[in-house]
Design a binder for this molecule. Structure first.
Ligand code: HEC
Length: 156
């Protein structure tokens, strides 16, 4: 009795459910996503000292520039949906490829904010660092950004 109801549950619920999940998974692969890197205009892109660019490239540019390195899982849903969303949002909030289009006071403010986000552990996002080991920043890395941000505040 108990056995046959288990079988019925498998046949009537679990199998159709697995089928639906599979169909949803396959269907999700066809959701159109923007995985493009718009051209970088060298006149607009942030051009900081190499040490600063190195830190930003390791930990920030994937989401905050037009120089995204799209990983393999950016091509497999549902991960792809999350990656594309992060890049879209990241570029919207802070696009280092368009840094020079902003005013000096905007730049000074955002350079400070970048350091603060890192100090608060908000950036890079918690799920990013396990996938990108080079993105976990040392105290020395953060110091490089602090010095850079401070130089803005003096200029502005
Ligand atoms: C995996 C993608 C990703 C990476 C990598 C990343 N960010 Fe972000 N960042 C976002 C997203 C998405 C937002 C907007 C939503 C939010 O605030 O969480 C954001 C928001 C921000 C903001 C707020 C901008 C504003 O004015 O609203 C700052 C500053 C920032 N990030 C700095 C950084 C810095 C500095 C790094 C590198 C140390 C970094 N981020 C790495 C995705 C990312």
């Amino acid at each position: 009795m108990a056995k046959s109801s288990t079988n019925r549950f498998r046949k009537n619920v679990l199998k159709p459910l697995a089928g639906l999940v599979l169909i949803a998974f396959i269907g999700a692969q066809f959701v159109p996503l923007d995985r493009t890197n718009p051209p970088v205009d060298p006149a607009l892109a942030l051009d900081a000292p190499p040490a600063v660019m190195d830190v930003l490239r390791r930990a920030c540019l994937d989401c905050h520039s037009h120089e995204t390195r799209w990983p393999w899982y950016a091509y497999v849903a549902p991960a792809s949906l999350l990656v594309a969303h992060d890049v879209e949002e990241g570029r919207e909030h802070l696009n280092l490829s368009e840094w020079n289009a902003e005013t000096p006071s905007w730049q000074a403010h955002h350079a400070e904010e970048m350091v603060e986000e890192i100090e608060d552990g908000e950036m890079p996002p918690w799920f990013y660092t396990p996938l990108h080991g080079e993105a976990s920043l040392s105290e020395a890395d953060v110091d490089v950004l602090r010095t850079w941000a401070a130089s803005f505040a003096e200029d502005g």
